[in-house]
Design a binder for this molecule. Structure first.
Ligand code: HH2
Length: 288
């Protein structure tokens, strides 16, 4: 394992509305979908979805990420009307009840626009603004922070595209080009977040290489978001009981922060924030 990073990094993300998200931050996942990795079908009812989000906030989430389209391997694209029907009622109920920022996990400009109009502050786009040509403008006009994630192909086809000579270098090259495109579209660099996209057109060895390469991803100069949840198989965490998986996941998350991650996208914010707090109290000055 590489030594922890001591050089100074941005310690917070400032949103256009003046709020700041201090790092390391925990992003709680709210999947309003029938077919997601873990919560598929559980939170289709907006009241239940809101309840779950409020619970995640109480347990330590710093951001809630609302998604209405599954992006697991093989998942089909959801028509925008359906995605809107899933997420807008949730956002409209949730945002007024939360004092932490909400992000919208979508590749579609029309969904992002509706989400920003309903109070979301961050666009989490797994296609890094490349799926929908209108997305960059929506983000720029809406003064949203934007997560640019690396993947190849689309969820339906991405597993076939998991071939790299040097996954870390290729992911960094892609993210650099998407940062440039976002800036050219009028999104200030201070509002950009990058994500190497664990499990998106990646095999176990690629995920592990990216984990070790996180300092290089962080060196791109933007805060780094990572998501392990639901992807234990592709981190080499298969064949473990529930308790052991939780322990390994928490260890992976703490390690990721030590290696350069700033925001962890998770299903169980309580577990993650407890692990981060424990690590910080032990490690003291090494910026966890
Ligand atoms: N992973 C998923 C969805 N969105 N966004 C970012 N930035 N990074 C990720 O790693 C990421 C993401 C997939 O995980 P999940 O939401 O658990 O499942 P599903 O896509 O089936 O809803």
């Amino acid at each position: 394992m590489m030594p922890p990073r001591h050089r100074s990094r941005r310690r917070a993300l400032k949103l256009a509305d003046g709020r700041t998200i201090a790092f390391p931050a925990v992003m709680g996942i709210l999947n309003v979908t029938p077919d997601s990795f873990r919560d598929g079908g559980r939170y289709l009812d907006p009241e239940r979805a809101v309840e779950h989000a409020l619970r995640m906030a109480a347990e330590g989430a710093d951001i809630i990420d609302v998604g209405g389209e599954s992006t697991r391997p093989g998942a089909r694209e959801v028509p925008s009307e359906e995605e809107l029907r899933r997420v807008v009622p949730v956002l409209q109920r949730l945002v007024p009840k939360l004092d932490i920022p909400v992000s919208i996990d979508t590749r579609k400009a029309i969904v992002a626009k509706a989400a920003l109009d309903s109070g979301a502050a961050i666009i989490n786009d797994v296609s890094a603004l490349s799926f929908d040509p209108g997305m960059a403008e929506v983000a720029a006009r809406g003064r949203a922070a934007v997560v640019l994630m690396h993947m190849r192909g689309i969820p339906e086809t991405m597993t076939m595209m998991a071939q790299y000579r040097s996954v870390v270098a290729e992911v960094c090259r892609y993210l650099r080009s998407r940062i440039r495109a976002a800036i050219a579209a009028g999104i200030p660099p201070s509002r950009l977040i990058v994500d190497p996209g664990f499990g998106f057109a990646k095999r176990v060895e690629h995920n592990l290489a990216l984990m070790r390469g996180l300092p290089k991803v962080a060196a791109l100069g933007c805060p780094v978001l990572i998501g392990f949840s639901g992807k234990a198989l592709r981190l080499g965490l298969a064949n473990a009981g529930e308790r052991e998986r939780a322990a390994r996941l928490a260890a992976a998350e703490v390690t990721a922060v030590m290696m350069g991650a700033d925001i962890l996208r998770v299903h169980d914010p309580g577990l993650t924030s407890a692990a981060l707090k424990a690590a910080a109290s032990i490690a003291g000055s090494i910026r966890i």
